[in-house]
Design a protein around this ligand. Sequence first.
Ligand SMILES: Nc1nc2c(ncn2[C@@H]2O[C@H](COP(=O)(O)OP(=O)(O)OP(=O)(O)O)[C@@H](O)[C@H]2O)c(=O)[nH]1
Ligand SMILES: [Mg+2]
Length: 364
Amino acid sequence: MRLQYKDTIRQENDGHYAIEYRPRPSEFEGSESPATAMPANLPPQYYEAEKRYRCAKTPQEKIEALEEMFSIMPKHKGTDRLRAELRTKIAKFYEEAEKRPMVGRKGSLLYYVKKEGAGQAVLVGLPSTGKSQLVTTLTGASSQVADYPFTTQLPIPGMMEFENIQIQLVDLPAITAPNVSSWLPNIVRNADLVLIVVDLTREPVSQAEATIEWLAGFRIGVVGEARRAEEVTVWKKAMIIGNKVDAAGAAENYRTLESRYQGRLPTVPISALRADGLENLRRATFRELEVIRVYTKVPGQKPDLADPVVLRRGSTALDAAESVHKDFGRNLKYAQVWGSGKFAGQRVKRDYVLQDGDVIELHI
Ligand SMILES: Nc1nc2c(ncn2[C@@H]2O[C@H](COP(=O)(O)OP(=O)(O)OP(=O)(O)O)[C@@H](O)[C@H]2O)c(=O)[nH]1
Ligand SMILES: [Mg+2]
């Protein structure tokens, strides 16, 4: 990597070198002012992606590089501003990509799947494991199903209902499909959850391993599967779906798969074709997304139980207030909680940690 502009290099106490990186002015063309010096210790992949961003010609290429930079950047206070700037930029290029018919309006839209609903779960796996059948059964999206490999060539999103919320599922081409390696890993990096789909009639353990190895090849680590930290730029929650449990011998193969991944990755058996085990799958997907549903209300009104606010697990009364409006957050004096409180209507402070299903009344 070449140092430019006002980058400085220094040696840390532990002997390794850290680069104090400052954004080049050209990166902020059009935006107000360059960000302040950002904390260093970003992995080299970040700078590689950044270089690709600067050389990118089309909005698609820009998005790809920016998404990668975003996923690599560590999440903490020191990077908050830069992450927000990256997000704004990505949004701008998405808009541009959608406006440019010459790159193929449909194609450009479909290659980057905008998140919708409570979370985005992407289906990855070898050919013909039943990914498209599953998305079709669960969401009503029509993704072509066929008995030949590499049927799916583009990402196809659909919305799956779980109780009173919608979860986005994204059907993807098989990991071994031709011409996908430039964009497929980016979609996975950006997802909230990875659903590894295996065919229970064909050595499911080897399929799961091959899929996890493929992810590792793009430096995507799966939470629960050990890997050296320096080999991974982004960790993803994942779950293994054993499909075609209706077929002969599949139940037995599922038991092998389950015992192999016990205590490491959640596994669920289903039949996408017969619609078996789907309620279990919906619930497990919701659980692994690590989100909660809360119902906000103001004093004197009833909560709308059909329309929850979806927040990350661990969110507080303040987060709930901010999700309504940032002024609500700023002015929040206290809240009352029905559900997880010791008693109904318990008065709680701003830092009270909410649970799934809580009703929260905001007092400002
Ligand atoms: N027995 C059985 N067959 C299934 C099931 N789900 C899918 N199939 C069959 O498996 C084949 C492949 O299904 P697809 O949904 O196209 O598989 P895919 O994973 O999307 O395949 P690619 O797009 O090529 O990666 C089709 O012939 C389906 O009918 C199931 O639950 N049980
Ligand atoms: Mg398919």
